[in-house]
Design a protein around this ligand. Structure first.
Ligand code: FMN
Length: 204
């Protein structure tokens, strides 16, 4: 290869420096955008109780599962498993568990207590906490994808076990219904009725 002239080498260095500057500006802007977008997403998110009849693209289901998978947990989530209920057949079973609103997808988050980390001082299991953190990742990623969500706690675990033998060995900690929000839905009365931060948190 021909030897580069002094001027060529200076020009190369300048280009590299420019690129480095631009990439750090990009990163900075991306961070600012993320902060703004995240705050906006969590403040506009609401519990959605009515969905339109529209299937969710499998790529979105996959994205939600990937984000669920990277949720922080005690020891890489040994106790948590997620089932994405999306087929008509499985959704028909789900309607018997919770006669819910026609959501096109319901994520079942289960935990196997036997596999969870246990705190030695008081034998507290991390199973429920791990499942709750995974559940929040699902809700937030779904919101980020423009989907509506509702956490459903009203279900009979025995019915889940009977209708979903796939979940054998797991306690179902959360059912999360996800879909495209009905634009005509009146958000619930509790929306934006959260108590003030001063009553909720204490800075010490
Ligand atoms: C653990 C948990 C269980 C919940 N169970 C239900 C439920 O069974 N049905 C429901 O409509 N909303 C349920 N929610 C949603 C809450 O009612 C809702 O988050 C709260 O009213 C605040 O409203 P927002 O989510 O619209 O801000 C649940 C939320 C959590 C975190």
């Amino acid at each position: 290869m021909a030897k580069k002239s002094f001027l060529d080498r200076i020009s190369d260095l300048t280009k590299i420096a420019h690129r480095a500057n631009f990439s750090s500006v990009d990163k900075h802007i991306a961070n600012l955008n993320f902060e703004t977008r995240f705050s906006e997403m969590v403040t506009t998110r609401y519990t959605c109780n009515s969905f339109i009849d529209r299937k969710i693209n499998p790529s979105k289901i996959e994205k939600i599962l990937k984000v669920a998978r990277i949720a922080p947990s005690q020891g890489d989530c040994p106790s948590v498993h997620v089932w994405a209920v999306t087929s008509d057949e499985a959704l028909a079973r789900m309607r018997e568990v919770n006669p819910f609103s026609g959501a096109p997808a319901v994520f079942m988050v289960g935990c196997d207590r036997a596999k969870a980390w246990v705190r030695k001082f008081d034998n507290k299991s991390s199973a429920d906490t791990d499942a709750a953190v995974v559940s929040m990742h699902i809700l937030l990623e779904a919101s980020d994808l423009g989907l509506g969500t509702v956490w459903l706690s009203e279900f009979d675990p025995a019915k889940v076990a009977e209708l979903f033998p796939e979940t054998a060995g797991y306690e179902i900690a959360a059912l999360l219904a996800v879909g495209y929000p009905d634009p005509n839905e009146e958000p619930g009365v509790l929306v934006n009725a959260h108590k003030p931060v001063e009553d909720f948190a204490t800075v010490l």
